[in-house]
Design a protein around this ligand. Structure first.
Ligand SMILES: Nc1ncnc2c1ncn2[C@@H]1O[C@H](COP(=O)(O)OP(=O)(O)OP(=O)(O)O)[C@@H](O)[C@H]1O
Ligand SMILES: [Mg+2]
Length: 275
């Protein structure tokens, strides 16, 4: 559904994104993983043309997005911004209404869809009248997602959607999000610097460093067949826990077997080691 080919972007003569390529199938979740400044946000924003590339192409449904009107393109692509990106002077409902208003939905349709999504994302309907500053970090992230889902776009770009949260809230919201019916059929590109998150959510992972793709493949491929010393060392500290979650033994993962043995304590210890 999405094909990125040799995409590059320079800022002030310096390559922020350097000839990156990947493909995302319909309904897949692809994770862009890498440390701060490696070019994840820049890559994401070239897909919905908030940034124009200096080289390479992006195809959606085999059509080059370079030839499409950015406004029309963005109606098909939901975008969850890094640090939620809510408009501070708009209420929650006003934030959620931005795209529907562009699409000239009537007031009732906007209201009904807003209420539906607030409910699905476990946000009290009274929060609709609040400004983002009155919401907790977790609530802001949920509103950011609700806003991107309003017009039910087939593609969703999510930039660190769980970024500003503590580890426990992060894991909880992540689990909730993956169970949402609204997300089930979407083609998603998710940006994160969190290795656990990438392996938990990605059908494919694109590991980036300094604007380049270091390895692109399934979580299992990155874990068990790292293509370079960089990839192996990037995953090193998480390797044990990830292997327990991915290594299959008689149809179960090692992690599931530990759970069945109720070795809860061992899991806790591993989590602690994981930091
Ligand atoms: N508008 C801009 N002007 C100049 N340089 C920029 C601009 N946007 C990004 N850069 C530079 O490009 C590089 C990649 O930035 P980008 O925001 O894509 O990184 P990132 O992987 O999303 O990082 P983070 O995890 O911190 O969000 C960085 O070195 C950044 O300083
Ligand atoms: Mg970023």
């Amino acid at each position: 559904m999405i094909k990125v080919e040799n995409l590059s972007k320079k800022f002030d003569g310096k390559l922020a994104v350097d000839q990156i390529s990947f493909e995302v199938g319909v309904g897949e979740t692809m994770v862009l993983l890498g440390t701060s400044g490696c070019g994840k946000t820049t890559t994401l924003r070239m897909i919905n043309r908030l940034i124009e590339p200096d080289g390479g192409s992006v195809y959606i449904d085999q059509e080059n997005v370079g030839g499409q009107q950015p406004e029309l393109l963005r109606r098909r692509i939901g975008y969850v911004l890094q640090n939620h990106g809510l408009f501070p002077h708009y209420t929650v409902l006003e934030n959620m209404s931005v795209v529907p208003k562009l699409l000239e939905w009537d007031k009732e349709k906007i209201r009904n869809r807003s209420m539906e999504l607030l409910d699905k994302l476990k946000l009290d309907s009274t929060l609709g009248k609040q400004y983002p500053s009155a919401l907790s970090g977790g609530q802001q992230q949920r509103v950011g997602l609700a806003r991107a889902l309003m017009a039910d776009p087939p593609i969703l770009l999510m930039d660190e959607p769980f970024g500003a949260l503590d580890n426990i809230t992060r894991a909880d919201i992540r689990r909730e999000f993956t169970e949402l019916d609204e997300l089930a059929k979407k083609t998603i590109i998710l940006v994160t610097h969190d290795i656990q998150e990438a392996f938990e959510m990605g059908d494919k992972i694109c590991l980036m460093d300094k604007g380049k793709v270091m390895q692109y493949g399934t979580p299992e491929e990155l874990l068990f067949k790292p293509q370079s010393a960089f990839v192996a060392s990037f995953l090193k500290e998480h390797k044990l826990l990830l292997e327990l979650k991915f290594l299959k033994m008689g149809g179960h993962t090692a992690w599931e077997l530990l759970e069945q043995l109720e070795l809860g304590k061992l899991k806790e210890i591993l989590f602690t080691l994981e930091g």
